[in-house]
Design a binder for this molecule. Structure first.
Ligand code: ATP
Length: 261
């Protein structure tokens, strides 16, 4: 279980640009939950992932990974247990290295060893098998520099890299947003398969509401730094696009209160 407890965060405190974002945010993420995260622009979705990964200091509150408190942990320590995929494909992979080298780098995660030791031929067959699932021809590009790949191929590679060593939590920040509709669908389907096959815990931010409905076993809606809607199990399975659109409309009218949801 991962817990965010009573999180407070204000940006640019005591300045003209002060932005109070979280004022007592609480979120419990159970092991094996695949949570889709939706909400308007500026609601505080990406910041949530940054807080979880210690990429951002909070003002107060607690972050717990199981029994272990990680609140003031350095981000490189937290990175050993999480995988984080961002919207921009070039942010998740190293363009100047080959596909094979990128994958081998991921094998190093959390280990005290050098890249050379991971560049072993027996891994090549494993990588080819994992890459072939995407139907993007990546399995034939192991020795090609990543900078020469398409955005979709880079995101597919990022997912394989992110799950070579299974993380305690997989954080996806609109990871299909920059892809064309067909590639996006393909990448989303394989992401879902990888999550299910490995029973991964995952938080996935998306503005594609249908994806938020179709994938995952829990959906949360964030507005103004608060979790306003939290639905899982059968209730989530019955959720329709129109239900979510109505919730967005209510939010926009500024009469938001948890009782409405
Ligand atoms: N480093 C920062 N400094 C100042 N303000 C910030 C910073 N990071 C985020 N914010 C502000 O906090 C709020 C939430 O930002 P966040 O990126 O979490 O929103 P989001 O829900 O992911 O939005 P979007 O859907 O547009 O990506 C926004 O008002 C944003 O401007």
């Amino acid at each position: 279980m991962i817990l965010l407890k009573d999180i407070y965060k204000t940006f640019n405190k005591n300045t003209h640009f002060q932005k109070k974002l979280y004022e007592g945010l609480n979120l419990k993420i159970n092991k094996g939950e695949f949570i889709t995260v939706i909400g308007s622009n500026g609601a505080g979705k990406s910041t949530l992932l940054k807080v979880l990964s210690n990429d951002l200091d909070i003002d107060s509150g607690k972050i717990l990974f199981g029994e272990k408190e990680t609140t003031n942990q350095k981000s490189f320590e937290t990175a050993k247990n999480i995988s984080y995929i961002m919207q921009d494909p070039s942010a998740n992979t190293l363009g100047a290295m080959t596909v094979y080298e990128n994958l081998s780098m991921s094998e190093l995660k959390g280990k005290k060893t050098v890249l050379k030791k991971c560049l072993i031929d027996k891994n090549k067959d494993k990588y080819k098998m994992l890459l072939s699932k995407f139907n993007l021809g990546l399995e034939n590009k192991l020795d090609i520099d990543v900078s020469l790949l398409s955005g979709g191929q880079r995101q597919a590679l990022a997912i394989v890299m992110a799950t070579l060593k299974l993380p305690q939590i997989l954080l996806l920040d609109e990871h299909t947003a920059a892809l064309d509709p067909i590639t996006s669908k393909e990448v989303m389907k394989i992401t879902d398969n990888i999550i299910k096959e490995n029973n991964l815990t995952c938080l996935m931010i998306t503005h594609k509401i249908q994806d938020a409905i179709d994938y995952g076993n829990r959906l949360i809606m964030i507005h103004d730094g608060k979790v306003l809607f939290d639905i899982s199990g059968e209730k989530k399975e019955k959720l329709k696009l129109q239900d979510i659109i109505e919730k967005f409309q209510i939010m926009k009218t500024d009469i938001v209160g948890s009782e409405i949801f």
